[in-house]
Design a binder for this molecule. Sequence first.
Ligand SMILES: [Mg+2]
Length: 310
Amino acid sequence: MNREPRKCHVLVVDDEPANRDLLCRRLQRAGYGTSSAASAEEAWRLIGERLPSLVLLDVCMPGVSGLDLLARLRGQTSTRLLPIIMVTSMSDSSDVVNAIQGGANDYVTKPIDLPVLLARMETHLRMASLVTQLESQGRILAHLAAFDDLTGLYNRRSVGAAIQAGCQRAQERHHPLALLMLDLDHFKEVNDRHGHAVGDAVLKELAARLAAAVRDSDVVGRHGGEEFVVMLPDTDARAALAVAERIRGAIGGTPFACNSGPIPVTVSIGASALAAGESVVPCQLLEEADRALYEAKRAGRDRVVLFGQG
Ligand SMILES: [Mg+2]
């Protein structure tokens, strides 16, 4: 754990110069970096310039009090979790209660017992470092839950959620929306002939070409295996067919470069569309694109079929 005080910077906030200087010197001797502020306003400015590892905050100061500064710091995202230890000269328990309820991590009373203060500081620095680790792990988990590992596209679950939301939005605004379901033709043969590593490389390249062929506002996901789905907001059936043909060309037009040589790849695409003002449940739109895809396969692959016109 983070037990290296030298890496930690403590901001001491106290309106009494003697208190400030003494505390800073003692913390420096214990290995901490320090800076100090004589008022809440000065502390607010310093924190804005450089986020300290921990703040020792005097409760009683003229003007803006320590408790007021505490409330301001807890109210903004960047300092929401900043370790703050209140320093109070009074044995007034209401100050302590207000400080803890206001979001202070801890408190010490003057005169300061340095070993006790250092022990508490270490505890809160350690906890802050754990919280940071947990937050970054949480972000990693959220990413893993939403994106496909191999291709970096949305996975089936998150693209499903995006389609659900996109359909709802389109219907509320009376905008058109289209879905494309793509399937890589004869993918089993690629895997059988070249091995699964090449198969994976082909899927990655296909995903990259697919993402490059659509607008930023379109949503591309891996629906599973060698099947992909694209949601095209504000796009009617005719425009969706044009996009699908462009995708088919971007994939089938140039063989995929792999270690074992170029591999020709084609896709079959099924399209379905929600006309402006039309009402449909999202799973029906997906079902229609899937049936159109089946038609495209049945008709010989490497082609686009719009649902209802197969
Ligand atoms: Mg004071």
